[in-house]
Ligand binder design. Structure first.
Ligand SMILES: Nc1ncnc2c1ncn2[C@@H]1O[C@H](COP(=O)(O)OP(=O)(O)O)[C@@H](O)[C@H]1O
Ligand SMILES: [Mg+2]
Length: 335
């Protein structure tokens, strides 16, 4: 794309959570410190929440890169909508346990045996559940049961729950009181401030050899901050298009007006709503300013995130409705 135009050695604003680009804002450092602390514990839960795109998965990836596999066996789980039994099975798989267990008791026994087998090897176990806001109350309860495993007085499993802000609300459920007592620390990863937003952009650019090409004019970073509210993912989406647009107009400078124009385009696309409308808008732009596939892919990703959110909300609502309305006729309910 635009890398060669600006003499960059790689893509600076990709949307994958690549630890190589890790920038330690105050919030990211703090959250990272919590996770590092957790790595040295052998029981309980650490909870990290943050908005979509705040950098949670990047933190987890960065942490995993630093882990010594001789000391710690880590398993990572990304949940969609896991219920209790799927959860235990997924945990077993994530730890690489090949299980033929048919029921829950067997699964639990196998998991326990695995965790105990690590002790004489001098290893600890860490379970990381990403997108944990999708867990059902029952699935979280299963996690708590796993966290109960002990050998003598030593806990056998440390867990990190990482998720969107709804995870906090989920944790407040009355049925999760016992789990709450096992939470060692929880931290909300907020957005970056204005200065950090600029430092973040420059950090990512420098990582691919940037030396002030493109040049950011006065006010450009203010405009980037205004649009992104300091959320890394939004910054990446915006900057990616910004650099593309600059290249297409053969500019080596980015002004506040350029940022605002690109931000407006993104907003327009998001508010267009339907995938069809968005597809039409990105196609029509193809002949206008020559924006290519990469751009529509980014737009698509944003829309997928929104769709995912809407689906999660709908599923939550359905679950609530199921809980509050009796599914069996009254005469079958044991009194
Ligand atoms: N501290 C950071 N340093 C560098 N890039 C980051 C940082 N935090 C987030 N990003 C970038 O922002 C985007 C979204 O981050 P991600 O970890 O996927 O967010 P989340 O998991 O909270 O939704 C990714 O492109 C990621 O590389
Ligand atoms: Mg994530």
């Amino acid at each position: 794309m635009y890398e060669s135009f600006f003499g960059l050695s790689g893509k600076p604003f990709q949307l994958n959570p690549d630890p190589a680009f890790f920038y330690g804002s105050r919030g990211h450092k703090r959250a990272f410190a919590y996770l590092q602390y957790g790595v040295h514990q052998s029981e309980g839960f650490i909870i990290i929440t943050g908005e979509v795109g705040a950098g949670k998965t990047t933190l987890v990836r960065s942490l995993l890169e630093q882990i010594d596999p001789n000391q710690l066996v880590a398993a990572q789980l990304v949940t969609t909508q896991l219920d209790a039994e799927d959860l235990l099975r997924s945990v077993a798989m994530a730890f690489g346990i090949s299980t033929r267990a048919v029921d829950k008791a067997q699964l639990l026994a196998e998991l326990e045996a695995f965790l105990i087998s690590l002790v004489p090897q001098g290893k600890r176990a860490l379970l990381i559940v990403d997108e944990a806001q999708n867990l059902t109350g029952r699935a979280i309860e299963e996690l708590r049961m796993l966290s109960n495993f002990q050998l003598g007085s030593q806990g056998l499993l440390q867990s990190f729950l990482v998720g969107q802000p709804q995870l906090r609300a989920l944790m407040q459920g009355p049925e999760l009181q016992q789990l709450r007592q096992r939470v060692t620390a929880s931290y909300h990863l907020g957005p970056m401030d204005r200065a950090e937003t600029q430092a973040y952009v420059e950090h990512r650019l420098r990582h691919v050899g940037w030396s002030n090409d493109p040049r950011f004019e006065d006010g450009a970073f203010d405009a980037i901050y205004t649009f992104s509210a300091g959320i890394p993912r939004r910054i990446n989406t915006l900057c990616n298009r910004l650099l593309l647009a600059a290249m297409l107009s053969e500019e080596h400078a980015v002004t506040a007006a350029n940022v605002d124009a690109t931000a407006d385009e993104i907003r327009l696309e998001l508010s267009a709503g339907s995938p069809a409308a968005a597809a039409v808008s990105s196609v029509s732009r193809l002949d206008g300013r020559g924006f290519g596939d990469a751009e529509s892919a980014i737009g698509l990703e944003e829309r997928v995130v929104r769709l995912e959110r809407a689906m999660t909300a709908t599923l939550d609502l359905l679950q609530q409705m199921r809980r509050s309305s009796p599914t069996r006729p009254p005469d079958q309910v044991k009194g």
